[in-house]
Design a protein around this ligand. Structure first.
Ligand code: NAP
Ligand code: GDD
Length: 341
């Protein structure tokens, strides 16, 4: 049976990938960093107790900033596959902490690649690359051949990671590949990302725990898919004869505004838009109450306006395609947050 090391185990994707690999019979090691408060909600169902480790799922401490730790873990665990999902993953935040973002998101993968190279083993490596690399897009839809034009410290750090993975593949013949994943969401998505912020806020508004939802750019468009489907694509990318960088997405794009409308509609509220720019408001058609307002804090110094994938290669090479589309995704997330709050 195979052994996998997943970095970013406490995050959305790390937790779904652990579920997926455990189901396939893998032994899974999840790398968590030391923090002061409990952050194991996404993997709580795996009954994680550091003192009562299960046979097939184990947590280990580590940090992508520390290469001695990464080397030691790889030496001890001897994984067949490493999935590097750990990152400072918030685009807006990367403008506030650009140097930290570069350390973790660019040099982190380099540290793992070096450890693999030094280990002289045939560990297969998956890097969580991103549609943010396309940035101010130079072509629509975006494919594996579309040139990158990143627009944030996050995307530029991930661009370095993309290129260093490619370089180590070519220079040292490592089985290393980049999954160029478009946005994917779920009930386990962090609440600072726009989809989950919307679904938690709408649920709180409906339950009278919050008055209004404050957002930034309502007209940004994203290719949003369902995260549990995307972790299968990560795994498939490590099961091929040859490593290859592949786009994973739905092939549909929708605006933040549409997401808001559908989320409120699910809760029985029809939203009408009034005003322009930072004065725009989303009001309840029934009573005129302002439920959505603009807060310029959420604008980004440089924005990515439109992302839309062409996932043809994933279909052809991996036999993978997304099934849960936009409306169903909003419903899954709304159902979860309404149930929770
Ligand atoms: P996420 O929920 O934000 O999870 C990020 C994970 O990285 C968390 O487990 C976090 O741990 C960990 N982490 C952060 N800094 C670390 C460090 N210095 N050392 C070790 N671990 C660290 O992100 P996600 O949505 O699951 O995304 C997974 C990966 O895919 C990320 O690399 C992201 O950039 C990339 N990606 C995501 C999407 C998407 O739409 N979700 C699309 C394309 C690419 P803590 O819990 O301790 O913070
Ligand atoms: N977070 C956030 N909060 N975004 C907002 C808000 C708000 O209040 N209002 C509008 N937006 C807009 C952002 O400006 C952006 O255009 C869009 O909503 C999506 O923002 P996020 O959900 O934060 O995601 P992202 O697209 O910037 O980044 C995510 O997807 C990338 C893949 O394309 C992250 O998961 C990245 O890690 C990932 O690489």
């Amino acid at each position: 049976m195979k052994t996998a090391l997943i970095t970013g185990i406490t995050g959305q994707d790390g937790s779904y990938l652990a579920d997926f690999l455990l189901e396939k019979g893998y032994t899974v090691y999840g790398l968590r960093r030391r923090i002061s408060t409990y952050n194991l909600e996404n993997i709580a169902h795996l009954q994680v107790d550091p003192h009562a480790r299960t046979e097939s799922f184990k947590l280990v401490y580590g940090d992508l900033s520390d290469s001695s730790n990464i080397n030691r873990l790889i030496d001890q665990i001897k994984p067949d596959e490493i999935y590097n999902l750990a990152a400072q993953s918030h685009v807006r935040v990367s403008f506030d902490v650009p140097e930290y973002t570069a350390d973790i998101d660019a040099l982190g993968p380099l540290r793992i690649l070096e450890a693999i190279r030094e280990s002289k083993t045939s560990i297969r490596f998956y890097q969580a690359s991103t549609s943010e690399l396309y940035g101010d897009v130079l072509e629509t839809p975006q494919t594996e051949k579309t040139p990158f034009n990143p627009q944030s410290p996050y995307a530029i750090a991930k661009h370095y990671a993309f290129q260093i993975v490619k370089n180590y593949r070519e220079a040292y013949h490592l089985y290393a590949c980049n999954g160029i994943l478009f946005n994917h969401e779920s009930p386990r998505r962090g609440t600072s990302f726009v989809t989950r912020k919307i679904t938690t806020s709408v649920a709180r508004i409906v339950r009278n725990k919050q008055d209004c939802l404050y957002l930034g750019n309502l007209d940004a468009k994203r290719d949003w898919g369902y995260a549990p489907e995307y972790v299968e694509a990560m795994w498939l990318m490590l099961q091929q004869d040859e490593p290859e960088d592949i786009v994973i997405g739905t092939g549909e794009t929708h605006s933040v505004r549409e997401f808001v409308e559908h989320a409120f509609a699910y809760a029985g509220i029809d939203i009408a838009w009034e005003g322009k720019g930072i004065d725009e408001r989303g009001v309840d058609k029934k009573n005129g109450k302002s439920l959505v307002r603009i807060d310029p804090y959420y604008y980004r110094p440089t924005e990515v306006d439109l992302l839309l994938s062409d996932p043809s290669l994933a279909r052809k090479k991996l036999g993978w395609s997304s099934k849960i589309r936009f409306k169903a995704l909003v419903e899954i997330m709304m159902q979860h947050d309404l149930g929770r709050i």
